[in-house]
Design a protein. Structure first.
Length: 355
């Protein structure tokens, strides 16, 4: 178990195989009996929704279920509006809460709705994808996408608690496992050389899943420390965006859902590090180390429809742009990252030779 300690809020992260079987008890430890809207998607609902509702009801909660279409397209203002109507129809007040049961899309969407419905109601995270378990389920970032950019509209709103059961990963498609591994590689690259060495020692995705609790905990420990230092993403928390500036642009230009978040991050890490290494801003050989680890877990290192002009246009809409400059994340060494401010136009140089 980890604890995230912030200035005005703290919450626990439970990481335990089989934890989903005790979700009612866990929720009672965090909340008094109230209405709970379990928000999930069409992929996760058939697997876990019935058991989760049953356990929450047995624990004294008034649990209702809302299922949204699976996929990145549900992370929209339109879907958020539908959820507001659902909560209002069910009579939810500020004394009630939302439980997000799903991957990163559900966590971001449900968190955004929880933080804005009636100016904020209670919120629990139960991530069911590896990507959400190691990244998006903690830290308090909630958001929806627009046609202009990914995560353009959102809030900072921390959950009341997070429950992670690595056993649910057994039901995931291998592509979804791999996209979570991309974020684990990122965490190791920016802040945990010991985790990097462990990942290098693993054979493949199945081998990693055998050590899921250890790997998830290590990746979350990286994020926990950074979030505690910089809750609102104004300083050092930006290092968590290694690979994301280009990765988000790839997701955007490909059409959300065609290139997964993790795939975009993997390509983005290689692209930005390749140019940084070429101009002496990242250590020699670091790109090849990244490539070897990324390819071992069958993640992409390039994007076949690379279009520097379109990617640049997407980046200029990205929320990480600050005036005339863009803050990018580069490697000081494997296991340590740095934030570098560059003129926005300079990112074109990273894009021109990035693929």
């Amino acid at each position: 178990m980890l604890t995230v300690n912030l200035a005005d809020h703290h919450y626990t992260i439970t990481i335990q195989k089989g934890a989903l079987q005790h979700i009612g008890e866990w929720a009672r430890e965090v909340w008094t009996p109230q209405k709970i809207a379990v928000i999930t998607d069409t992929n996760v609902a058939p697997l876990y929704a019935e058991k989760v509702l049953e356990q929450l009801t047995e624990a004294g909660f008034q649990a209702v279920l809302k299922v949204v279409p699976a996929g990145e397209k549900s992370k929209s203002l339109q879907q958020a509006a539908e959820l507001y109507d659902f909560l209002a129809d069910e009579g939810f007040t500020r004394s009630d809460g939302i439980l997000a049961l799903g991957g990163g899309v559900i966590g971001d969407l449900a968190g955004y709705v929880a933080s804005t419905y009636m100016r904020g109601i209670h919120f629990l995270q139960v991530p069911t994808s590896l990507l959400a378990q190691v990244d998006s389920s903690i830290g308090g970032k909630t958001a929806v996408n627009t046609a202009k950019a990914k995560n353009l509209v959102g809030t900072f709103s921390q959950p009341d608690s997070v429950l992670i059961d690595p056993e649910v990963l057994q039901t995931l498609d291998v592509r979804r496992i791999r996209e979570g591994i991309a974020e684990i590689i990122k965490s190791a690259a920016i802040a945990d050389p010991e985790l990097w060495r462990f990942l290098v020692s693993l054979k493949d995705e199945n081998n990693l899943l055998e050590h899921a609790e250890k790997v998830i905990t290590a990746a979350l420990e990286v994020k926990r420390k950074v979030v505690e230092e910089d809750e609102f993403d104004q300083g050092n928390r930006l290092i968590l965006n290694f690979g994301h500036t280009i990765g988000h642009a790839i997701e955007n230009t490909a059409g959300y859902g065609n290139i997964s978040h993790g795939e975009g991050v993997a390509i983005g890490m290689v692209a930005i590090n390749r140019h940084a290494e070429a101009i002496g801003l990242s250590p020699k050989g670091s790109t090849e180390e990244l490539i070897q680890l990324i390819e071992k877990f069958h993640l992409p290192i390039s994007y076949p429809n690379w279009d520097s002009k379109k990617l640049f246009e997407a980046i200029t809409h990205d929320k990480k742009a600050r005036g005339t400059h863009l803050k990018i994340i580069l490697l000081e060494t494997i296991g340590e990252a740095k934030i570098v401010a560059i003129p926005i136009e300079t990112i074109k140089e990273y894009l021109e030779g990035g693929n």
